[in-house]
Design a protein. Structure first.
Length: 638
């Protein structure tokens, strides 16, 4: 790379130090022992040692990628709303973050090493921040699932940053501009090292093999080694490395020590890597200004909170206790007895800036009713205002639920106290756990409004199918279990894994012992498009048995399901389904079916009241001989 190219590459980053002079800088380098196990190794042994170092990183969910990008891929430029420009290796188009973890219009979360190369399985690689980066949507679409390469034939796309066209081996490739060829090469090195054991597909244009070593195919290895040499690690790469390390808790070794690639795949693959003599690529990287005003996990940390017991029977010592695993925990159930209490957990004074801010926390609850629990705010600890907390635990398990962002905009510039009010009765006493408490400035998100939903995801107010689709579209999918209601509109047949094979009609009966493992919820009963459906996973057991799409009382009927909101069947979905609600057909009255009745037909029967013994409604009045339930009576049809 010549000096002109290097200057161009660093241009996007040139104002960082100037802009953040008032912010403490952090040296971008790994812990002193991070790479110790690689010293003296080469080839396959070196690659295996690096895999052990980097593979056990923090898993970032696909839905949280944009929130992570806001901490990693920001440039110095800001727009009128104070939002930072997005760094994009795929395009020269200037775009700015939308804030609040929302997607940026005209951009995608792009898998540099295509996810289709491992069958799009949603494993750790699916949302690894070193591989999945913000990218121009048009460039992403043109790049498709093509490999890196040199375009030697006709071009089909070019935008000044990447070009797509025919490569020397006869298939389409994408070629980045010279200033980023090394960046892309080092991403490929990272993926081949961190994920050699995933199911790479077997075709010509996939650059990976299923072997632990070398994993990279020979035709791509020579190209990557050359680009790694010609385009050295830049200031931007080292900056992104450190920011990613803070979020994902691992590093790309080929940015810290780019010559590692030669010791694994190149001309030094039989020479031991000398860690002490190797050049470590580091720079001073400024911390982005924190928006956090006050935060604590509350686990083994009272965090200055105090307790005010308004009603406390002499039989018990207290309601609120600080726990190392569950944060602040409240219960008035002692020695197998419920006690009537009222107890407040009150934060220390928190001074809010003269801008919008919000409160968030996680909480879990069982054994009681949320109507006995509430959250309040005050400026004097005497006059309290109840805050609107829309996300509450279901009470069915101990899974913590995020409260979401609770606006504190009405108290901007004031010192406030946040209180958790617990009440109980002699007949009902909940256990309530509060953790991960935070008050955060909303500096760049003043106009961000969370997705409006018709439901809240609670049992008495479930999300609609439209709610779930909107939450996924806006990357605002809540954590924990939620209720979702809709109509059982279709299913994906046994053996298929995506909605490309969806069937929107009643399913045929399966052979004995087999069950359908999913269904598709639509906004209405006759939905016929996967784009307007939510996939529902049916775990083995009662849930799967009771929600079969072959059953008349399921197909095209309204049902509600309870599970985690995650992508399933390649669309927004409900996984780990643990509960369901639906209208079952009337059970025959016991005294009416005690004696079977012989009959020659069912011409006088109401067709809506004819079932087989498995409870399946019969569609025709012309029935095969057998035992049926007709108008709540057991009849033997001859």
């Amino acid at each position: 790379m010549n000096n002109e190219q290097l200057t161009m590459k660093i241009f996007h980053f040139s104002l960082f130090t100037f802009l953040f002079l008032i912010i403490t800088t952090v040296t971008a380098q790994p812990p002193t022992t991070y790479y110790n196990t690689t010293d003296g190794k080469s080839g396959e042994a070196l690659k295996s040692a690096l895999k052990a170092v980097i593979e056990n990183h923090k898993h970032i969910t696909y839905g949280n990628l944009w929130a992570s990008y806001e901490k990693i891929d920001y440039l110095d430029n800001t727009n009128a709303s104070g939002r930072h420009q997005v760094f994009d290796m795929y395009s020269n188009t200037v775009r700015y973050f939308a804030g609040n973890g929302r997607s940026v219009s005209g951009m995608n979360r792009e898998h540099t090493v295509p996810k289709s190369w491992w069958g799009s399985e949603e494993n750790n690689a699916y949302s690894d921040l070193f591989n999945v980066i913000p990218a121009d949507a048009d460039a992403n679409s043109a790049k498709s699932n093509f490999s890196l390469g040199t375009v030697t034939g006709q071009q089909t796309f070019s935008n000044g940053r990447i070009k797509v066209g025919r490569g020397s081996r006869g298939w389409s490739v994408f070629e980045p501009s010279d200033e980023y060829k090394g960046d892309f090469a080092r991403i490929y090195f990272y993926m081949a090292t961190c994920y050699p054991d995933i199911e790479w597909i077997d075709n010509d244009y996939c650059a990976m093999t299923k072997e632990d070593y070398p994993t990279l195919k020979p035709w791509i290895t020579s190209l990557l080694l050359r680009w790694n040499e010609e385009d050295p690690v830049s200031e931007w790469e080292m900056t992104r490395q450190e920011r990613t390390y803070r979020v994902q808790n691992n590093r790309n070794p080929f940015i810290d020590y780019p010559d590692l690639a030669n010791y694994i795949w190149g001309d030094k693959s039989t020479t031991g890597f000398d860690l002490g003599a190797a050049q470590l690529h580091v720079i001073d990287v400024p911390e982005m200004e924190s928006d956090t005003i006050f935060a604590s996990s509350l686990k083994s940390d009272e965090a200055g909170f105090t307790v005010n017991n308004v009603v406390l029977p002499s039989n018990i010592n207290g309601v609120w206790k600080n726990d190392p695993d569950y944060g602040w925990k409240a219960s008035a159930y002692v020695n197998n007895t419920n006690y009537a209490t009222e107890s407040w957990l009150i934060s220390p004074g928190i001074t809010l800036p003269a801008v919008k801010s919000y409160l968030s926390f996680k909480h879990a609850m069982k054994f009681g009713n949320k109507s006995q629990l509430s959250v309040h705010i005050s400026m004097d600890k005497s006059n309290w205002t109840e805050l609107n907390v829309t996300a509450w635990p279901s009470g069915a398990n101990w899974t913590p639920v995020s409260s979401g962002h609770i606006s504190l905009a009405g108290w901007a510039g004031e010192t406030v106290y946040i209180a958790y009010r617990y009440t109980s009765t002699a007949t009902q006493a909940a256990t309530w756990e509060i953790m991960d408490f935070a008050v955060v400035k909303d500096l760049v998100n003043d106009d961000i409004v969370p997705v409006g939903t018709k439901g809240t995801g609670q049992e008495e107010d479930p999300y609609t199918v439209g709610d779930v689709l909107a939450l996924f579209e806006a990357d605002q999918v809540p954590e924990g279990n939620r209720w979702v209601k809709g109509y059982a509109a279709g299913y994906v047949p046994v053996g298929a894994t995506t909605v490309a094979a969806a069937v929107f009609e009643q399913a045929p009966d399966l052979p004995e012992g087999q069950r359908y493992t999913n269904l598709l919820l639509g906004e209405n009963a006759d939905g016929t498009s996967p784009d307007n459906c939510v996939g529902v996973q049916l775990p083995a057991g009662d849930i799967r048995n009771s929600l079969q799409m072959s059953l008349d009382y399921i197909y095209q009927h309204e049902i509600s399901v309870f599970g985690t909101l995650e992508r399933y069947l390649a669309i927004p979905g409900v996984k780990n389904t643990s509960d369901a609600k639906y209208e079952k057909p009337d059970e025959p009255e016991p005294d009416a079916i005690s004696k079977p009745v012989l009959t020659d037909g069912v011409a006088d029967a109401d067709p809506s009241m004819v079932f087989d013994l498995a409870g399946r409604r019969q569609q025709s009045k012309v029935l095969r001989p057998g035992l049926y339930i007709v108008n709540k009576k057991k009849l033997w049809i001859k």
